[in-house]
Design a protein. Structure first.
Lengths: 371, 592
């Protein structure tokens, strides 16, 4: 990854980080936040259902307790028998509504409908074979699982309130009341939760895309303002360091109050020091009573000649090719020592001394020292 | 430097793995219902498989449950359509058997059950009418083993161990596992024959407010006043000090309610329940009887002297101890504490009504409590209750009852109620087989844990040490830990020495009520009781071990003999308490 990123510019790197960040954010939101929010919504809905169902079973428990402890002996308004208690509960729960006409219905332990307040034709019918749209048997499961676990929540698809052909997800809370072998149930549709979740998903992806685009734009400009002085600094450093080409008077002009400014100042100071050192070095070379020149090992281009050499040749040969000037040849000299100036790894070799006659000089003896 | 393909691939895999990993970790759990992987090896009847699924949790695997229920189904084939009448005491366990288990049993076996739930007193009356007068009421009873002394002498009920070995062998579940039962000996006669088999059990214990007892300020105040640490009282002297300390003290409950506390609570409404209050081990922990488990030998916790299995007297004059110094001291102290430290309404409470009183948050301790009360009253385990913390966990704890000054090491330390299946001999033929099958069904390992969760009255070791019991430890304030400890071997019921429980038990409350109402002194009331008990015993002519009273001798003669009746001991005992945590550790260490 590090190696991969090393090949990117700062702006590209920032862009990559933004994209990865956006993907990571999307994964977190889709994989964690939205499911958690959805779950919380369902839990809240289940809590509402449980409260409704428990209010019904608590009334049953109260009546059952009255019968068990013969409380009717002290209060004649209380039921004396379980049949009486059951009839009172049924009559009461038939009228109970909450939310948008939501209601409570009762099954027995074998999934036979004891009471349905809206569909009275179902009363007494075996509901165990009634299928939901998703192929499950919800009433059978309500009766069975509530006996097994006490209270259960079941999710399945059921006919919507507003259409005879559209199915919507529904959650039912079923609680078993063992003394009467009754399963007290209440259901709520949860399509609104699905819709809300879907909406959140769409909004999220939209916002992530939009945010990423804006982010990329902002990053481009931020990157531009960050990298512009760096590029400028790099170019100027390159120019300033090219002493051999006579760029001795050029300087670094990048000005800034941030870290880049500090870097530019550091370069400026370094180059001033180098320039002074370079001037002193040239003075020393010019004061030597011998001809001294410096040539590029690859191009054979003369980079520097000292004063003595200029006087000897009558001109400054800087920029010309050494073997053309000194030997009037069209190719490097056969005795050229360049290959001995560096070792096999390209590092400077030991001092190399070569002595010979230079035809262009009357009494000239050349000594090559390098690199 | 060029990037190699390997590095590109590695980078891609890392990023992809991270994305997939995050997605998997954060994906919602869609498997709501865990499926039982324990698939039966063979196919059983759907009804069997249905109920095997519903009887979950259980100490048995699904497969083993299927096998056991299948045995019931196959064994009951010749008994189908029999209508069985049974009865149990009015506690939650019986209601669950009546309204849930009976339905399961009927579906599986085809035997129709009508399991009535009535008061214990009525059960005893009907049973005695049936076995003594021949008036039929029920085919099988769940009744306390306090009647074991009556049954072993009257010989009117089926000896289950004989029945299981002979006539009922083919109707006896090979997986019944009798050694797994707790306190099986409560239903045995002197010879070890099994006459009754336990259906539910509950112990009587001491109950206290652990949160108040642990409060540093309260502890410091107590130490300043009494010179020793506040803790679980080991004897009545400490119990009395604690009662005096808390009574009229302003206390605060975890739900922030403030109360004027009472240091003691009990019930005193005259009725059969008042008799049980004393015969169910109160006089025993006072120290009235002799050393020797389970009930005291030769004088038991009823104060009855028994020689060679034959009751020879309850009065001190005949070698018994029901009107001896220990019993008089016990009753006096009981009335004194009731008058001084209990809420005034205690006088009007019966056994059942008393159960809700400590949960109201104004009682610091009571020396009479059972976890049945916690099953019947949700306030013992409810958020917002004055005796629960803000998570709904109890701030109360239980411990064995403190002992009176006549109590000696080697005597029983508490009472355990053991409602047990009892078949009158008048239940014969297939009805007897069906009744026995029904009893075994209610005791089976398949249903035992589920029954424990419904009624909290375990009768099997396997249930008591099940995960369900461990999970509910906190709910019972230390009861599970106590039941698991070897200390429970020192708890017992009324034992086999009481020759006719129904006729004798009703004498208790009538005489004790007179003492409570101050119509008689405690000595007079107990003299009267002992005389009546002797008269009843003298009148009995039973088939085995019928009572034969000792001739009357002076009180001095008997009190000078070793053991009970013990002579007057007016030395004031030194109060003794123990830290609850230390007690709990003792139970755990001894259990391991």
């Amino acid at each position: 990854m590090k190696i991969l990123l090393n090949h990117f510019s700062i702006r590209s790197k920032l862009g990559v980080f933004l994209v990865i960040g956006a993907i990571f954010f999307a994964v977190i939101v889709y994989g964690l936040v939205i499911p958690l929010a959805e779950k919380e919504k369902h839990v809240a809905r289940e809590g509402k259902l449980l409260a409704v169902v428990e209010s019904a079973t608590s009334l049953m428990r109260y009546y059952e307790d009255c019968i068990r402890t013969y409380r009717w002996k002290m209060d004649s308004s209380l039921p004396r028998t379980r049949e009486d208690a059951k009839n009172r509960i049924i009559a009461h729960l038939k009228q109970v509504r909450y939310g948008e006409d939501e209601h409570i219905f009762i099954l027995d332990g074998s999934a036979q409908m004891v009471m349905h307040p809206l569909k009275t034709d179902l009363d007494g019918k075996d509901m165990s074979k009634t299928k939901a749209h998703n192929g499950t048997y919800p009433f059978q499961q309500m009766a069975f699982q509530s006996q097994r676990l006490g209270t259960v929540f079941l999710r399945y698809s059921w006919l919507s309130k507003w259409s005879m052909s559209v199915y919507e997800p529904q959650t039912t809370c079923a609680q078993y009341f063992y003394p009467w072998n009754w399963v007290v149930c209440s259901s709520l549709y949860t399509q609104d939760i699905n819709d809300a979740v879907q909406k959140v998903r769409l909004y999220t992806i939209g916002y992530i895309c939009l945010g990423s685009l804006i982010g990329l734009g902002v990053l481009y400009f931020i990157g531009f303002y960050i990298t512009k002085p760096i590029v400028q600094l790099a170019r100027q450093v390159k120019e300033v360091t090219n002493f051999a080409e006579g760029n001795t008077e050029k300087t670094i002009s990048v000005q800034s109050n941030d870290e880049i400014g500090d870097l530019a100042n550091a370069f400026r100071h370094t180059f001033e020091t180098l320039r002074e050192s370079h001037k002193r070095f040239l003075k020393v070379l010019d004061s030597i009573d011998a001809t001294v020149y410096v040539a590029d090992m690859d191009t054979y281009k003369i980079l520097f000649t000292n004063r003595k050499m200029q006087e000897s040749f009558g001109r400054d040969m800087t920029g010309e090719i050494c073997y053309e000037v000194f030997r009037a040849q069209t190719e490097p000299c056969s005795h050229c020592t360049n290959d001995r100036l560096v070792d096999k790894n390209g590092n400077p070799a030991d001092l190399c001394v070569w002595q010979g006659k230079t035809p262009s000089l009357k009494n000239g003896t050349s000594i090559m020292i390098g690199p | 430097m060029p990037i190699s393909k390997k590095k590109y691939l590695a980078t891609f895999i890392i990023v992809a793995a991270a994305v997939v990993g995050l997605t998997v970790i954060s994906a919602p759990n869609r498997s709501e219902i865990k499926h039982d992987k324990d698939v039966p090896a063979q196919t059983y009847d759907p009804v069997v498989m249905k109920w095997a699924t519903l009887f979950d949790p259980s100490v048995l695997s699904f497969n083993a449950r299927c096998a056991e229920l299948n045995w019931f189904q196959k064994t009951a084939l010749p008994l189908r359509d029999i209508i069985l009448q049974s009865v149990g005491e009015d506690i939650e366990t019986s209601f669950w058997e009546s309204q849930y288990l009976a339905r399961a049993f009927q579906e599986i076996t085809g035997i129709r059950i009508k399991h009535d739930v009535i008061g214990e007193g009525d059960i005893v009356d009907r049973l005695m009418e049936q076995v003594e007068e021949g008036r039929y009421h029920y085919d099988i009873y769940v009744t306390d083993t306090d009647l074991i002394g009556t049954h072993l002498r009257n010989r009117k009920i089926v000896v289950l161990s004989d029945y299981m070995a002979n006539e009922g062998k083919s109707f006896t579940n090979s997986k019944l596992d009798l050694p797994d039962f707790l306190n099986l000996e409560c239903g045995q006669d002197y010879e070890g024959n099994q006459l009754q088999i336990p259906d539910y059990q509950f112990a009587l214990v001491y109950w206290f407010r652990h949160d108040w007892f642990s409060d540093p300020q309260i502890k410091a105040d107590f130490r300043d006043r009494f010179g020793y640490d506040l803790g679980v009282p080991q004897n009545w002297a400490a119990y009395e000090d604690i009662a005096a300390f808390f009574t009229d003290r302003r206390m605060k409950n975890p739900n922030d309610s403030e109360v004027i506390a009472f240091g003691h609570a009990d019930y005193a409404l005259p009725g059969p329940w008042l008799g049980w209050r004393f015969s169910d081990a109160f006089f025993s922990v006072a120290g009235m009887g002799d050393k020797g488990l389970p009930n005291g030998i030769p004088v038991d916790e009823w104060g009855i002297r028994v020689e060679n299995k034959i009751p020879v007297g309850a009065s001190v004059e005949r070698g018994g101890s029901i009107n001896g110094p220990a019993a008089v001291y016990g009753l006096q102290k009981w009335i004194e504490l009731l008058d001084k430290y209990a809420p005034p309404e205690s006088m009007n409470l019966d056994w059942l009504a008393f159960g809700s009183m400590p949960a109201r948050g104004h009682i610091a301790q009571t020396w009479y409590w059972t976890h049945i009360y916690a099953s019947l009253n949700t306030a013992y385990n409810k958020v917002g209750s004055p005796v629960c913390d803000r998570q709904g966990n109890p701030v109360w704890r239980i411990a064995p009852m403190p002992r009176g000054r006549y109590w000696e090491d080697g005597m029983k330390v508490g009472y355990v109620d053991s409602g047990s299946w009892t078949i009158p001999k008048s239940t014969v033929g297939n009805t007897r087989h069906a009744a026995w099958l029904w009893a075994q069904f209610c005791l089976s390992k398949t249903v035992a844990v589920k029954k424990f969760l419904a009624g909290a009255t375990p009768v099997r070791r396997s249930t008591l040490f099940s995960r369900a019991a461990t999970d509910s430890q906190q709910k019972f304030g230390g009861m599970i830990e106590l039941l698991r400890s070897p200390l429970m071997k020192k708890f017992s019921d009324s034992g086999p020495n009481v020759p006719h429980y129904p006729r004798m038990s009703k004498l208790w409350w009538q005489n004790i009520a007179m003492a409570i109402r101050k119509e008689k002194t405690t000595q007079e009331a107990l003299d009267n009781l002992s005389e009546q008990l002797d008269i009843v015993m003298d009148s009995l002519d039973q088939e085995a071990y019928s009572p034969k009273l000792n001739p009357k001798r002076s009180r001095e003669y008997w009190t000078q003999q070793p053991g009970a009746p013990k002579p007057d001991n007016s030395i004031k005992e030194k109060p003794s308490t123990i830290r609850y945590e230390e007690l709990l550790q003792q139970w755990k260490e001894s259990a391991s």
